[in-house]
Design a protein around this ligand. Structure first.
Ligand code: NAP
Ligand code: ZN
Length: 348
């Protein structure tokens, strides 16, 4: 077994503390990764605090992982020891259903997607994520990190990146389209970069005055401060697609009013409470949808796209001794635009 030191939540109401646990010994198709960097996603907080009602403790969060391959099984073909590899939100799935065969393992028809943490693997053991020294997984769920990308700033691409890239591709953000991004956080800032890179006219919605100038630098053609009275009026009926990246309860009615006929508001944000939609907001043939991360092949495509277009996340490095403070700042929307934990700061 691979003994591992990390940080775990033991209940919904206590802070994370140092925790030692074990990963399985790598099998024939498995690789062992020594983790270097792990992004802090708002989902880590939702889950550790049991805001989605599905928490399993002890929970070692973290699904924006970049590290070095330390061991490979005898049947591994994609990786060799010393390679830089990455892991996102999932580590396994059934592999045989229609969704898995279509490369959409996150939507496994048998609901057998094994998530990187707060999930049970096929042997029934709890999975442990990136707030720890190592991870063991099948090479089929690991990603290759292009050499020209900075490894720390690449980590957030594994969740915030793919979660925004996938729906923007699916709903064909590109030239001639007007696309909105709601919330300039970890996901939002990646959505903004991708929509801009795809050539869409991109409008950033934010509640934070302090982020308006940044949004323009990150690629927004227009920025709308939604704390201002009457902010929606000028844009009613003009958007093809809006991606909602907000982590907390908010009213989606004004955004639905901004859609064209047949336009789509897609939520990737996963607030604790249900989203209320009045029928009148959608009867003009508006679509409300959602999207969850992206498949493994699409995640590799996204990393390769980033390598080609020189896109990474804007990050602030942090350490395990400042983890509680970092989480509180994420909740306040006070991070530009993703915290990344340096595993070297983990005390053993
Ligand atoms: P984040 O970095 O905390 O960003 C959330 C942003 O939402 C904030 O920066 C803020 O932007 C805005 N916001 C926060 N509270 C708000 C409020 N009360 N009203 C209006 N806007 C508010 O979070 P994240 O890591 O990007 O994650 C965003 C959400 O996506 C979370 O719920 C997370 O669990 C979910 N998620 C989903 C998937 C998926 O597969 N679907 C994957 C990863 C994460 P402004 O300051 O610009 O207003
Ligand atoms: Zn995430």
């Amino acid at each position: 077994m691979i003994s591992t030191n990390g940080y775990a939540a033991h209940s919904a109401t206590t802070n994370l503390t140092p925790f030692s646990y074990e990963h399985r010994e790598p099998g024939d198709k498995d690789i062992l990764i020594d983790i270097q960097f792990c992004g802090i996603c708002h989902s880590d907080i939702h889950q550790a605090r049991n805001e989605w009602g599905n928490a399993m403790y002890p929970m070692v969060p973290g699904h924006e992982i970049v590290g070095t391959v330390a061991k490979v099984g005898s049947a591994v073909t994609k990786f060799k020891v010393g390679d830089t590899a990455a892991v996102g939100c999932m580590v396994d799935s059934c592999g045989t259903c229609g969704s898995c065969k279509a490369g959409e393992e996150q939507y496994c028809d048998k609901q057998a997607t094994v998530f990187t943490y707060n999930s049970k693997d096929k042997a029934g053991n709890l999975t442990f994520g990136g707030y720890g020294e190592h991870i063991v997984l099948s090479e089929d769920f690991a990603l290759s990190v292009p050499k020209n990308l900075d490894p720390a700033a690449t980590a957030p691409l594994l969740c915030a990146g793919i979660t925004t890239y996938s729906p923007l591709k699916h709903w064909q953000a590109g030239p001639g389209k007007k696309v909105g991004i709601i919330g300039l956080g970890g996901l939002g800032h990646m959505g903004l970069k991708f929509s801009h890179a795809f050539g869409a006219h991109t409008v950033q919605f934010t509640t934070s005055e302090s982020k308006v100038e940044d949004a323009k630098k990150l690629g927004a053609d227009e920025v709308i401060l939604t704390r201002q009275e009457g902010w929606a009026a000028k844009h009613v009926g003009s958007f093809d697609f809006i991606l909602d990246c907000v982590s907390a309860e908010h009213d989606v009615a004004p955004y639905l009013s901004l859609l064209k006929r047949d336009g789509t508001l897609c939520t990737v944000g996963l607030p604790e409470k249900p989203i209320a939609i009045h029928a009148f907001s959608v009867v003009a043939r508006k679509n409300f949808s959602g999207s969850m991360i992206g498949g493994i092949a699409e995640t590799q495509e996204m990393l390769d796209f980033c390598a080609k277009h020189n896109i990474v996340s804007d990050i602030e490095m942090t350490s395990f001794d400042k983890l509680d403070e970092a989480w509180e700042r994420v909740i306040r929307g006070d991070v530009k635009y993703r915290f990344v934990l340096d595993l070297k700061t983990l005390k053993k």
